[in-house]
Design a protein around this ligand. Structure first.
Ligand code: F0G
Length: 362
C-alpha cells in the first residue's frame, strides 16, 4: 500500500478550511470502500457501485463531517457541543467529543431512534435527552441553545459539517478514476446531498474529473418535503434516520439539484424495505433502512426508463445495518424469521441443510 489512511482532514487538508493551528480530532474516518454491485447492474442495465459509508468509525457518513465540526469547535475554544439527531449524528458527535475531551449534549425525538444509535451515544457519555417532539423540534431547540448558551452547534447547519462530508465525493472520483454519470443518495436534512455535489463540483472545477454527476436524492414518501415543495409537519416513515419534515439544507440542495440536472423523488416504506432486502441478499451490503432509499430510488428510476444503459452510477449507502438490525429478522410476509433449531447431530444438521452425501461417503 502506498500509505496508511489518516482520516479525511489530513488526507484532504488542502481542500478543507484547516491550518497548522487546527487540532485534528479524528477517529480515522473516510477511506470507505466503493463496492461493485453486479446484482444492481443486472437489474438496471447501468454500471452500479456502492459507496459504503457504514464502514466509518461510528458506522455512518456523519463521521466525515464530525471530524471537521469538532476539530473546528475545539480550535474556537468550545468546551461543549450540541446537536439534534435522528440517531447517527448523535452517535458521531458523542464519539468525536470523547476523542476531543469536550462534552456532548444530544437531543433526539422520543422513541424514534434506533437502539444501536441510542446505545452509541450513551456509551460515549453524551448527555442525551429524548424530546417529546420530532427531529425538526429538536433542531429548533439546539439552534436556540447554541445562540444563547455556551454550546457549539454541530448539526449540518454548521458549514464545517458539509465541508467534511464533501470528501465522500473526492474518494468516489479517486476510486472510480472518474466522476460517475449519476449519484443516488438518501435525503433527510439534505446536507449530504449538498456535500457530495460540492465535492464533485470542486474536483470538476480543478480539472481532476470531467463532469458533475446528476444528483438524484430520495426521501421517504411520508417525509418528502423536497418533493412536495413545502415542509411536512408530522413526518412519518419506518426509515427513522430520514424522518425529517423541514430540511436544514433545503435551499443549498435545490441549487445543487438545479446545477447538476438532478432530481428529488419519494419512496414508499414498502419499496425501502424491498431495496434493503436486495442490498442484503443480492449485493452483500448490510445497511440501515434509510440507507436503502438511494437503492430504491435507482430501481424506480431505472424501471421508469430514466437511466441510460451502461451509465455509471454510484449510490451512497449511508449507515451500517448493525445500527438497527431488527429489519433483517422480518421475513417477506412481515413475520419474524425464526432460524431452525437442531440437535448436536451431524445427520440432523445435514438433513436440515438439505445436503446429500458426496459419492463414496458412508
Ligand atoms: N442516511 C442516514 C443513515 C442518516 O442518518 C441520515 C441523516 C441521512 C441518510 C440523510 O442525510 O440529513 O444529510 O440528508 N441523519 C441525521 C442524523 C439527520 O441526525 O443522524 P442528510
Amino acid at each position: 500500500m502506498t500509505h496508511l489512511w489518516r482520516g479525511v482532514i489530513r488526507e484532504y487538508s488542502d481542500r478543507l478550511n484547516v491550518t497548522d493551528a487546527t487540532p485534528v480530532v479524528t477517529l480515522g474516518e473516510g477511506g470507505t470502500p466503493l463496492i461493485a454491485a453486479p446484482a444492481l447492474s443486472r437489474r438496471t442495465g447501468a454500471n452500479v457501485f456502492i459507496k459504503y459509508e457504514g464502514m466509518n468509525p461510528t458506522g455512518s457518513f456523519k463521521d466525515r463531517g464530525m471530524t471537521m465540526a469538532i476539530s473546528k469547535a475545539v480550535e474556537h475554544g468550545a468546551q461543549a457541543v450540541i446537536c439534534a439527531s435522528t440517531g447517527n449524528t448523535s452517535a458521531s458527535a458523542a464519539a468525536y467529543a470523547v476523542q476531543a475531551g469536550v462534552t456532548a449534549a444530544v437531543l433526539v425525538p422520543e422513541g424514534k431512534i434506533a437502539l444501536g444509535k441510542l446505545s452509541q451515544a450513551l456509551a460515549h457519555n453524551a448527555s442525551l435527552l429524548q424530546v417529546q417532539g420530532n427531529f425538526d423540534d429538536c433542531l429548533d431547540i439546539a439552534r436556540e441553545l447554541s445562540a444563547n448558551y455556551p454550546v457549539h452547534l454541530v448539526n449540518s447547519v454548521n458549514p464545517d459539517r458539509i465541508e467534511g462530508q464533501k470528501t465522500g465525493a473526492f474518494e468516489v472520483v479517486e476510486q472510480l478514476g472518474k466522476a460517475p454519470d449519476f449519484h443516488f443518495i438518501p435525503v433527510g436534512n439534505a446536507g449530504n446531498y449538498t456535500a457530495y455535489h460540492r465535492g464533485y463540483k470542486e474536483f470538476a472545477e480543478s480539472g481532476i474529473s470531467d463532469r458533475v454527476p446528476r444528483m438524484f436524492g430520495f426521501q421517504a414518501e411520508g417525509s418528502a418535503p423536497m418533493v412536495l415543495g413545502y415542509p411536512v409537519k408530522d413526518p412519518e416513515t419506518i426509515a427513522s434516520a430520514i424522518r425529517i419534515g423541514n430540511p436544514a439544507s433545503w435551499e443549498l440542495a435545490l441549487s445543487a439539484r438545479d446545477d447538476s440536472k438532478g432530481y428529488f423523488g419519494a419512496i414508499s416504506d414498502a419499496k425501502i424495505l424491498e431495496a434493503h432486502r436486495v442490498l442484503s441478499a443480492e449485493v452483500g451490503v448490510f445497511a440501515e433502512l434509510a440507507s436503502a432509499a438511494g437503492v430504491a430510488g435507482l430501481l424506480e428510476r431505472a424501471a421508469a426508463g430514466e437511466i441510460p444503459n451502461g451509465a455509471t452510477v454510484v449510490i451512497t449507502v449511508t449507515g451500517h445495518g448493525l445500527k438497527d438490525p431488527q429489519w433483517a429478522l422480518r421475513n417477506e410476509e412481515g413475520g419474524e424469521a425464526q432460524p431452525t433449531v437442531v440437535a448436536v447431530d451431524v445427520a440432523e444438521v445435514a438433513a436440515a441443510l438439505k445436503l446429500v452425501p458426496t459419492q463414496g461417503a458412508e
